[in-house]
Design a protein around this ligand. Sequence first.
Ligand SMILES: [Cu+2]
Length: 377
Amino acid sequence: MKFAKHAGMLSNAIKALGLSLALIAITATVQAAAPAAATMEQAAPAAEAAAAPVEAVVGAPAVAAPAEAAAAAPAGSYKRMKPTEGVGMPVDGRLGLQDQYSSLGEYGLWIHDAILMPIITVISLFVLSLLLWVIVRFNRRRNPVASRTSHNTLIEVAWTLVPVLILVGIAVPSIDLLAKQLKPAPDKALTVKVSGNQWFWTYSYPDNGEFEVVSYMLNLPGYPEINPGKRLVGSDLSDGPGQFEVDNRLVLPVGEPIRLQITAADVIHSFAVPSLWFKLDAVPGRINEKVLTIDKPGVYYGQCSELCGPKHAFMPIAIEALPRDKFNAWVLTQAGGKIDGEEEAAEPAAAAPVAAAASAAAPAPAAAGAAPAVPAE
Ligand SMILES: [Cu+2]
């Protein structure tokens, strides 16, 4: 009897030791994986960034060639961007989060992939094996005389400390990410106001002449008309997937912080773009603000993520992220659009006259969009 008790205590001690070792191993693995994963995450966007200019270069002449004004449309001219398949949009059959195109998104994705998923997996397997072990080893048939073990200091300390350490390990990067997400925008950041409406989005640009862009989902071929008068998705070469593509996108510059102020005109909506790690509720009578910095030019799709009425499913978000000069050129195609001279001293001053000259000199290509805007200026 006494021997059995000692043997039981010994086996408990061994279990506790094994548990502690397992924990140390987990934390060590996570720590070792962290920098490696971080460098991989950094390397991947670098490779993509290297590929991006090629696409841009290839795209540009293709755009200019058929147009009559190849010479009159210089680098600064705007052309609606065609999205890259699988970038900034959901992919059939995919597990996990979308690829990320902002540094916060890469950080969040790393926390999910390198910290949370491994910890969840290890804990689940560990608990499963403990359960199986208890079922096999400590069942009633194999233990007709029940053990009277009631305390084991080592194992009790271990099963208190180990979860605490795991939670601390999760909390450190999580709180860091949260703090970074809530950091206010720098004073000079571009401000764009986003309003949710039943059932479309409006985007206004107070720093660029207060013009407003109204954004409706395009209608789907073969389905009842959702937004009367809007064209069918796919009727323009630059269109992305159905139910995501809109008539007028939210155009933003890349590589600089943008202060997005989100509100709503009627009921609560939510402005969410998964590939940019951005989701913020749009609440009537209130402005929610968050900074968005997009790393790479592209088209990124999202959806309203707050049930807001019968057409909630038909108010997608399409963000077109452009280099600064192309963004400025787009601003000048909008009625009343102007480049804020104070925002960047040198560049807009140089870019604005060029773009203005282009739209003045080349009425043919720019006529549709820019003609009403330029005289108004
Ligand atoms: Cu909505």
